[in-house]
Design a protein around this ligand. Sequence first.
Ligand code: HAM
Length: 436
Amino acid sequence: MAIRNVEGTRDLLPAEAEYWDCFKGTAARIFGLYGYRPIDTPMIELTELFVRGIGEATDVVSKEMFTAISGENLKRLLDGETLKSKSRISMRPEGTAGVVRAAVQHDLVPQGAPSAKLMYAGPMFRAERPQRGRQRQFNQVGVECLGADDPTIDAEAIIMLMRFFEEIGIPSSEMRLLVNSMGCDKCRPAYRQLVLDYMLQHESKFCDTCHARMEMNPLRAFDCKNEECAHLMEDAPKITDHLCEDCREHYSKVKELLKGSGVTFAEDSSLVRGLDYYTRTVFEVQVDNGKRSQSAIGGGGRYDKLAEEVGGRPMSGFGFALGYERCVLTLQELGMEFPERSGCQVFVACATDDARQAAFELSQLCRDEGVACELDHQGRSLKSQFKLADKLGAQVAVILGADEMSQGLVKLRNMDSHEERLVPTAEAVSEIKQIL
Ligand code: HAM
């Protein structure tokens, strides 16, 4: 059997690959209006970046990370050796940790400098069980604003993301924006203890995974898919009732700014997100879809401690990432098809085999003049060359016939009107450009 792609990965065929380029272009245009500039960090990073940055207790780090091992190191491992930390490399499961690492490493936000607004687009890798909308390699577009802790940054980025979703064709009526605050290291530890105490009161009713969560990170129980756990967690203490004064003020300001800009949102005190680095604001954008369980098309939040966790000095951060594939699924469910774009303006057809060399040269001249041009490479008859020209969407066909060529002429056919006229070969390209 022919070799197929790895499960949980997707090929972006030309029409979709073109769409992906437009998608990234739209993001760059809209995010650019808010001051975000591109950054491109490696797809592989030292494993310790994710273990420290994303949080050891998260599913992403504990079971969903792909490790990258060179052939040499694989042999060492199989021989029972342990690898040095600089040889422990992982495929990035998300973009934030890498961007923060790069910002720290290159001092992108020197003390007293304005914040750095960065955006990225590219593949992320998570060894999850693949299903519709959940892949092992998927594309994200994300932004990170580093060095500013004002709530205007949080609100601005959320508004920007909602604008982007609408711009690509997801109506606001189809989206649900959920917001919450995760508190900070002043108020969260006490809250965490309250949740743990609550869980211990009902210990026997929680699933095995939640038992493990009680030890590692009880707040993750809010994300449990087990019905009984979800039901129990409905009555657990709510973080928003236990925020410190500063966090409460920050959260109120974010909500006020969102309301003021007309963005509809719902508060969800059970929104804890799957990564450990969040402090204060967290949010998620979901779409309603009966067919799929993977409803989050984007999400993010504030992470004011992450820079220190990866070894830098204190630096606030806020960002989000959106899942390209889930956006596409949503748009397709709304009836979108990838636009088929024609890359061919002119087709150079040969009436005789003798004209092939001249066709080859003329098509090259067209391209040198910036005109997208195609010709037959398979010895087709003139009739099938016309069919091909039609299929490729050419606006003009140039026909090279023996008689005309002997007089130094070529025939131009307007593919829409079928109107034909003879022009001197030397003037063919400029005549074509006038028609286009
Ligand atoms: P995340 O919620 O893990 O956040 O991922 C962001 C988005 O990526 C999700 O909402 C979803 O659309 C998409 N996504 C995640 N996993 C998969 C998957 N296996 N298959 C397809 N799509 C997926 C982050 O990654 C954070 N780095 C966001 C962030 C940036 N927070 C602060 N700054």
